[in-house]
Design a protein around this ligand. Structure first.
Ligand SMILES: *[C@@H]1O[C@H](CO)[C@@H](O)[C@H](O)[C@H]1NC(C)=O
Ligand SMILES: *[C@@H]1O[C@H](CO)[C@@H](O)[C@H](O)[C@H]1NC(C)=O
Ligand SMILES: *[C@@H]1O[C@H](CO)[C@@H](O)[C@H](O)[C@H]1NC(C)=O
Length: 203
């Protein structure tokens, strides 16, 4: 329970509106959000990425948004994402809300945070920089009216917040550009510790 409280506190601190801080026109490496995101490192748990499901997207801003999850090999799932923006979108905010599976349904889990996508990319949050593996996305900013593709992407567990308890999770991911919803997606994964550590609590 102490761990859970620590997460809640940590998340509360970092849910600062990215829009607010970009107004200050500071360089991104000075921003407190980047500094905090840079601390999202862990090697305590493993993540089994299952799938990403697109719930909806805004057709006034996006001509197309397609997400396909497929098995890259026997063990790893990856996504191919293609988008095509209709408007100039340079950066947008992403709000994450975690749900944890318990008693047959996903229930609200006390982890919620908001980041500006370009900050998240820069600090490699969740392994976002793996977009370089495959496709033709060249990072912030976004090209208007050109289809762009990222393929074979999967989250990097080592770039996630520490101390998440084992369980099945659904991360509801909402993208907002200037108070307009851009898209909503759900990311399903399982957090697990493969080896039962011996009971000498060395932390
Ligand atoms: C599957 O692909 C992932 C990502 O490239 C790799 O890390 C993993 O070792 C592969 N697993 C097998 C069984 O080939
Ligand atoms: C990315 O690749 C797609 C084809 O897969 C192509 O239609 C598009 O023009 C490319 N976009 C960029 C930004 O190079
Ligand atoms: C995803 O993209 C990769 C690389 O272009 C391609 O080999 C693969 O067939 C695609 N998978 C699906 C399901 O579209």
């Amino acid at each position: 329970m102490i761990t859970l409280q620590a997460i809640v506190v940590c998340m509360a601190i970092i849910s600062i509106s990215a829009a607010e801080h970009s107004e200050r026109k500071k360089r991104q490496h000075d921003s407190p959000i980047s500094d905090l995101l840079a601390k999202f490192h862990q090697n305590d748990y493993k993540l089994e990425f299952e799938r990403m499901e697109l719930v909806s997207f805004n057709k006034q801003y996006l001509r197309k948004l397609e997400i396909v999850t497929y098995k890259y090999n026997r063990t790893s799932a990856v996504v191919n994402v293609t988008w095509w923006t209709l408007n100039d979108i340079n950066d947008f905010n992403v709000i994450f809300q975690a749900y944890r599976f318990a008693s047959n349904e996903y229930r609200l889990f006390p982890m919620r945070f908001q980041v500006a996508l370009c900050d998240a990319l820069k600090s490699n949050f969740a392994g976002l920089q793996r977009y370089r593996r495959c496709g033709n996305f060249s990072g912030c900013s976004f090209l208007k009216d050109v289809p762009t593709r990222v393929c074979n992407w999967s989250p990097d567990e080592s770039q996630l917040p520490p101390s998440i308890p084992d369980g099945k999770y659904m991360m509801e991911t909402q993208a907002v550009f200037r108070n307009v919803d851009l898209f909503l997606l759900r990311i399903y994964s399982t957090v697990y510790r493969p080896v039962t550590k011996k009971e000498h609590k060395s932390k």
